[in-house]
Design a protein around this ligand. Structure first.
Ligand SMILES: [Zn+2]
Length: 290
């Protein structure tokens, strides 16, 4: 079993006795989709699934990154845009790490009959093998192909479990978690996963979209780190995720506010506050260093 991020001991704060709930930014109203989104297509379309999940249809190649569509153990602010039973097929599920907001065992059990392959790190693959998923484990920098999409694992630093004695018997390694770099016929997508900021994160060729986590959490990029990433790729569309989905006003990883981000990044017009299920068409940026 993966450990849950939110099992990290809560910070006690001076205002923890105040009963009035803190403001929490919420995702826009869900736009449900169904089997039509999985059909052959002449373009690459992304849909946020809520939480950290995305569905990508790249000219008929269908993938989900970190899908969570049911069975989370905290109250939610959103409806999911599709039920697992309505997913007709997936060429691949990609999972960045073992936390249950990214590797949802109940979701993936439901998706197993329609999913050709699961891809993740070596460690998460070992968990998937226990579930009987058709899974593949990869090292950081490894590449593999899903239909027309070439995928590479990017590094992450998210081994927070080691900092909390008693949380897990296992000693976690950085390479247990990853991001994914996806080269599609219509441009590149970077899904960094959950991570503290690494120098490498600022040195990639310019992606055409970033699946952007901007929560102000010390085990994530932090807001300041997220802004550094955003400004390292100043024209790249930022598809916000990891925010606005979980009812947890005092828990920073689920609590970022797009309005705050807009004041901090270069070219705030490229911030996309998508509703769960809302389509976003990937387009190659012009005149970028590759
Ligand atoms: Zn997460």
């Amino acid at each position: 079993m993966g450990v849950s991020w939110h099992q990290v001991p809560a910070q006690t704060s001076a205002d923890s006795t105040i009963t009035k709930k803190k403001y929490q930014a919420k995702a826009p109203k869900t736009r449900p989709f169904g089997a039509e989104a999985f059909k052959a297509s002449s373009k690459t379309t992304l849909r946020w699934l809520g939480m950290a999940g995305f569905f990508i249809n790249s000219r008929g190649t269908t993938l989900m990154v970190d899908p969570l569509l049911k069975g989370f153990d905290m109250p939610l602010l959103i409806d999911f845009p599709i039920d697992t039973k309505d997913v007709p097929k997936l060429d691949a599920v990609l999972v960045t790490h073992a936390d249950n907001d990214h590797y949802s065992v109940p979701t993936n059990r439901d998706l197993k009959p329609v999913t050709k392959a699961y891809h993740s790190t070596i460690y998460v693959d070992s968990l998937m093998k226990n579930e009987g998923f058709p899974s593949f484990g990869h090292n950081i920098q490894d590449t593999f192909q899903v239909g027309q999409v070439r995928v590479k694992l990017t590094p992450a630093d998210h081994a927070y479990q080691n900092a909390y004695p008693g949380m897990s018997k296992r000693k976690f390694k950085n390479e247990d978690a990853c991001g994914f770099w996806l080269e599609t016929p219509d441009g590149t997508i970077w899904a960094p996963g959950d991570s503290r900021l690494l120098p490498e994160h600022l040195q990639f060729p310019t992606p055409d979209a970033i699946l952007f986590d901007f929560s102000d959490s010390e085990w994530h990029f932090t807001l300041a780190g997220a802004v550094k990433i955003a400004n390292a790729y100043p024209n790249t569309p930022l598809l916000l995720n990891h925010w606005g989905s979980v009812d947890a006003a005092d828990f920073t990883p689920f609590n970022a506010d797009p309005e705050q981000l807009k004041k901090l990044v270069v070219n705030p017009g490229r911030i996309h506050v998508l509703a769960p299920g809302e389509p976003f068409r990937l387009k190659r940026l012009k005149n970028q260093k590759r």
